[in-house]
Design a protein around this ligand. Structure first.
Ligand code: G5P
Ligand code: MG
Length: 225
């Protein structure tokens, strides 16, 4: 299991970030990139890209492929951090990228030989009824990407990050209107992407209403050859 290179697919609020954290607890050297976290960090740093991205994100729209591909390319080195040879396979995962067919084909071009390529794509299939309730109560710590939820995993001190003590924020896209748009777009957009990875024989779908039900299935999927 330790050598996987994984893409987590799943609707907004399906628990991709939550499952990433759970995986990091059991795979200590796991590296990850979450495209949404990178964009929120750009917004917080008030970069040009951040200014453009904030408008798309607040409206629940995907940002243009070329912008997200170059942003991820700039951070892709994180995946093979500490790796000195192409024969040692380090586990890594991507959350939220690729999200379109164009991004999926571009990924091959931005991975370095040391990163190698995806071995598994796991789709988290969570009913929309379970998702809607949890997104509006989500709070995030932007610099680290740590995620909280006022009922499921509340911070120790309400409104503040457990590790740094810095304030938590609500995402601009975590409101009912935007969530409904994001969900609708996701189901349309994911179909060709799923087919792409199904054709490669690496797509596995896991189902469940909670991350605690989903997580053991993710572990099992990672064990499967
Ligand atoms: P993101 O940031 O990639 P989404 O929409 O794909 O955003 P999101 O919203 O981050 O996905 P998630 O990571 O799948 O959801 O879910 P999560 O944060 O772990 O869990 C959601 C909440 O539920 C949390 O509060 C968590 O604590 C709680 N929770 C988890 N499990 C349970 C449970 O079992 N029970 C309960 N009660 N609660 C639970 O992308 C954002 C935007 O950035 C742009 C787009 O504009 C996008 O909309 N973007 C891109 N644009 C183009 N291309 C790309 N590749 C892009 N990537 C990002
Ligand atoms: Mg997320």
């Amino acid at each position: 299991m330790n050598s996987f290179r994984l893409l987590l697919l799943g609707a907004p609020g399906s628990g991709k970030g939550t499952i990433t954290k759970k995986l990091k607890n059991v795979v200590p050297n796991l590296q990850s990139i979450a495209s949404g976290d990178l964009l929120r960090q750009e917004i917080q740093a008030k970069t040009n890209l951040g200014q453009i991205a904030s408008e798309y994100i607040a409206q629940g729209k995907l940002i243009p492929d070329d912008l997200i591909i170059s942003l991820v390319a700039n951070h892709i080195g994180v995946l093979s951090q500490g790796t000195t040879s192409t024969t040692i396979m380090k586990p890594w995962l991507l959350d939220g990228f690729p999200r379109t067919l164009h991004q999926a084909t571009a990924l091959n071009g931005i991975l370095t030989p040391r990163d190698q390529n995806l071995t598994k794509v796991i789709e988290l299939d969570v009913p929309e009824s379970a998702i809607l309730g949890r997104i509006e109560t989500r709070y995030v710590h932007v610099p680290s990407g740590r995620i909280y939820n006022s009922s499921y995993n509340p911070p120790k001190v309400s409104g503040f990050d457990d590790v740094t003590g810095e304030p938590l924020v609500k995402r601009s896209d975590d409101n009912e209107e935007t969530i409904i748009k994001r969900l609708k777009d996701y189901y349309t957009m994911v179909k060709p992407l799923k087919q792409f990875y199904k054709d490669k024989g690496i797509l596995i779908t896991v189902h469940g209403e909670t991350s605690d039900i989903i997580f053991p299935q993710v572990l099992q999927a990672l064990e499967e050859r």
